[in-house]
Design a protein around this ligand. Sequence first.
Ligand code: UDP
Length: 454
Amino acid sequence: MVHCVVLAYPAQGHINPMHNFCKLLQQQGVKVTLVTTLSYSKNLQNIPASIALETISDGFDNRGFAESGNWKAYLERFWQVGPKTLAELLEKLGRSGDPVDCVVYNSFFPWALEVAKRFGIVGAVFLTQNMSVNSIYHHVQQGNLCVPLTKSEISLPLLPKLQHEDMPTFFFPTCVDNSLLLDLVVGQFSNIDKADWILCNSFSEMEKEVTDWTKKIWPKFRTIGPSITSMILNKRLTDDEDDGVTQFKSEECIKWLDDKPKQSVVYVSFGSVVVLNEEQIEEIAYGLSDSESYFLWVLREETKLPKDFAKKSEKGLVIGWCSQLKVLAHEAIGCFVTHCGWNSTLEALSLGVPMVAMPNWSDQCTNAKLIEDVWKMGIRARVDEKKIVRGEVLKYCIMEIMNSEKGKEVKRNIMQWKALAARAVSEEGSSHKNIAEFVNSLFNLKQGIANYPD
Ligand code: UDP
């Protein structure tokens, strides 16, 4: 049997797509060991019994990033200890009679390829962000785009013209961390051409030009997404009704949604990392109260809510965390106010929920640009000079999506993306075929038949 170690960066937005990828590998007869950091594994709920979980160290085994205090200390230590403990894990699995044939590693860990090569096993890099964003970072790595940015409008091959508000936030020296994080995302491409496979959580129909171009420069590149739980996209995995591996405990909200009319509720969530300031939370609260729609708001910083704002009312419900896929799949949901994390974007389109884009940092600003202007499956709520989305702007955007002709057009577009996404992961679809090709190559290699992609 072929054995894959799937190494995920310790964050919800990384573990989700890689965990789903594990399930697909397993479905194709591969033995899978999901690996993340020891500190992160301590927080995980619903660890699947069907997939073995192992850990490496980031050097901060108690509380991970929080223990390190800052990105510099975290990444420096992680990059020293990570490769060593990954090698120890591969040795341990080998000794226990379960030798590893392939390491599928998060692209944030270019060092994992060197470890895999030392063990003489296949190294497959997994890009968790979309190819448009990846291509921007790759242009920086290649020296085609200089940071800090000198022009106000950025023209890059196969991408729309980008303004500063559309660029990944790491390009702007507003804090010391940004240059470290830029090194991290650009570093993904330092040795990518040496990887045996380059897998990306996107689908070729969605980013046709940029994926065709990428395949020319990296023949081993394949799209495998959307990597979201397949129960929702199609019914190939019947036992797949869990909430996935989550770092927070989901709160009940489905019963509340059950009472609401079809497409009448706005779902609001900014993912697992973004922390909003009090002023922004207040504006969202007023925007939601003033809008004509029901709302379900995931907010972990509820102490920042205005004093007179009820957490539960006939009109709205505020909770700390939910099973987002189940919420987006609920027929009461009509709109998703989102930070445009790549997983949330893929989930919204896979379930046909139009978006109001409120990006905050990292790749989210580029995703928001693509959502509004390229894929046309949402509209962007713009910030003012203080970088705050005002309540009336949010209210207007919600009403546009829920009640206007423009909203209907956006809904029609996203339904087309939904159909394309479902097709990509179906038996005959591009992503399904790519995964099958990858898995077949591993089985053939195990039997001594070499068939790497040309
Ligand atoms: N998520 C969830 N419940 C929530 C909020 C988010 O299950 O209440 C999941 C969501 O479905 C997605 C992931 O957390 O799969 C967040 O990833 P994303 O890339 O959207 O954003 P990040 O958290 O990395 O900023």
